[in-house]
Design a protein around this ligand. Structure first.
Ligand code: B16
Ligand code: MG
Length: 219
């Protein structure tokens, strides 16, 4: 029997690796240094969103305005702190169920891609030892519009050589689910995005879904 799904496009932060926590800590440090309130709840709005757009969301709670040059410098400061935490990445940072799902998909001949807003995707994948497990890596260095725009998933689907309707997106961000839907792809929503009404499939994490459910659309 042919599977409905022929390619799976994985988001990176929060789906493959637990780097979402490192993003939070770096933004929190920057916000504390600037005296701007920033909570874990605020942080949920940054999932899947680009670095500069994330900064704009944080600055909504600032009492002063920042020039474009100051904003670029702040984003660089945050990225430097974030990059420091990436230096300690090991395969232990791979999220539960990921290795099993990647091996299972490979055995069944399913194509696999990364579709991430991050400009740090490659060092992250190398750090956790997964850089060679994907046929395609589409990330923040290849696109001009970040999620919820579908650009990164459209690019990944095109590079896989597949029609959008046979590509499954796996996402942990509401913005990412919206991007997948806008690309015309079914979406498996995990973690924080699991309640999103646009998702085709839902699971707490990748231990909570079978390959058959992923590839043929039902639990
Ligand atoms: P960087 P994803 C996204 O990655 C993160 O979820 C988001 O929090 C981050 O701001 C964005 O990448 C940009 O990351 O600063 O490393 O370029 O979830 O799309 O894999
Ligand atoms: Mg994510």
């Amino acid at each position: 029997m042919t599977n409905k799904i022929q390619g799976v496009i994985f988001d990176l932060d929060g789906v493959i690796v637990s780097t979402d926590e490192y993003h939070f800590r770096a933004w929190k440090k920057l916000a504390d240094e600037e005296g701007i309130p920033f909570t874990r709840e605020d942080n949920e709005r940054l999932r899947g969103v680009s670095r500069m757009e994330s900064l704009d969301i944080i600055l909504e709670k600032s009492e002063r305005t920042y020039s474009p040059e100051e904003k670029v410098a702040m984003a660089e400061r945050k990225n430097a702190m974030y990059r420091e935490s990436l230096a300690d990445l090991t395969p232990d940072d791979i999220l539960p169920g990921v290795n099993e799902i990647l091996s299972g998909l490979r055995e069944r001949g399913i194509k696999m891609a990364i579709g991430s807003s991050s400009k740090n995707a490659l060092p992250i994948l190398k750090g956790v030892g997964l850089a060679d497990r994907f046929d395609v890596i589409a990330d923040g260095t290849h696109i001009s519009r970040s999620k919820p725009d579908p650009e990164v998933f459209e690019l990944a689907g095109r590079l896989l050589g597949l029609d959008p309707s046979v590509c499954l997106v796996v996402e942990d961000a509401d913005a990412g689910v919206e991007a997948g839907v806008a690309a015309g792809m079914p979406v498996l929503a995990v973690g924080s995005a699991a309640g999103h009404p646009g998702a085709t499939l839902r699971a707490p994490d990748l231990t909570g879904i079978t390959l058959d459910a992923m590839l043929n659309g039902s639990h």
